[in-house]
Design a protein around this ligand. Structure first.
Ligand code: ADP
Ligand code: MG
Length: 267
């Protein structure tokens, strides 16, 4: 069945995740959450530290350590009609390299310090688009321009540590965009940056989201950041979705006391 315009790109159904401790005890990180992300829309997942936001994103990417995690039998993460929780390795690899891309809080945790920026972007685009080196270099240059990095020719030859934190995050965004994903998961992408740089990165993400019509799962602990970027907000606490709705609904008529408390914490 081909999905229609209104059907979600990703449907998370009853996702329950537990971690097994060293003594065999189980702690529950997600208590059976449900979430839909629609094509071309931005869903902000907001909640305090430890609420289960990153576990949700790692579950979508199938990056939770299998020997330490227990996912309930009836949990589903449907990407269109495919259940990612049951997908084979080759299918997952295909999805991660092209349909779904991810950026994290710390760009240096994903960038390799001993390879140049150019080499790393080229590798990502060569994998995704099966380009030769020459075409991949041209594409890498184009991507650096697209994410607003000054002197892209020069930056291509730089090592990650020679760039500022904001520029490193722009490189990560370039690599993600280079995969032409239909879903971008951004897990606290601005948390490690200075406030002014935070704004610029958020603006860049919003611009690229519109231009490429990507769906974005924007994860943040800061409800103050989502207003201009998100279409919908899901508020998470202690492994549960407490409330979800349009930005306007959540900001103007929050129903849950926790959402109200979060709104009061905004600067
Ligand atoms: P958030 O991203 O909202 O700050 P996380 O999703 O990282 O929170 O964590 C949710 C809960 O799951 C936390 O209690 C955290 O300690 C626990 N957790 C996350 N990863 C692991 C792991 N690999 N092993 C055990 N517990 C984990
Ligand atoms: Mg997190």
């Amino acid at each position: 069945m081909r999905p229609t315009m209104n059907s979600p790109l990703i449907s998370i159904r009853n996702l329950k995740v537990q971690f097994r401790g060293e003594a065999g005890q189980l702690t529950t990180a997600l208590k059976g959450i449900n979430l839909d992300i629609h094509p071309g829309k931005v869903l902000a997942l907001v909640g305090e530290s430890g609420s289960g936001k990153s576990v949700t994103s790692m579950a979508i990417m199938r990056l939770l350590p299998p020997d330490q995690t227990l996912i309930a039998e009836d949990s589903q993460i449907l990407f269109e009609d495919q259940d990612l929780l049951k997908a084979s390795r080759p299918i997952l690899q295909q999805l991660r390299g092209s349909d779904i891309a991810m950026i994290f809080q710390e760009p240096m945790s994903s960038l390799n310090p001993v390879f140049t920026v150019g080499e790393q972007i080229m590798e990502a685009v060569m994998l995704h688009a099966k380009l030769g080196r020459r075409a991949a270099r041209a594409r890498a240059l184009e991507l650096l321009q697209e994410v607003g990095i000054p002197e892209p020719e020069l930056k291509l030859r730089c090592y990650p540590h020679e760039l500022s934190g904001g520029q490193q995050q722009r490189v990560m965004i370039a690599m993600a965009i280079g995969c032409e994903p239909r879903l971008l998961i951004a897990d606290e992408p601005t948390t490690a940056l200075d406030v002014t740089v935070q704004k610029q990165i958020l603006q860049l993400l919003a611009e690229l989201q519109r231009k490429h019509n990507m769906a974005v799962l924007f994860i943040t602990h800061d409800l103050g950041l989502v207003g201009e970027f998100a279409d919908e907000v899901a508020v998470m606490r202690h492994g549960e979705i407490r409330e979800r709705g349009s930005v306007q609904q959540i900001f103007e008529h929050p129903a849950d006391p926790y959402t109200k408390a979060l709104l009061q914490c905004r600067p």
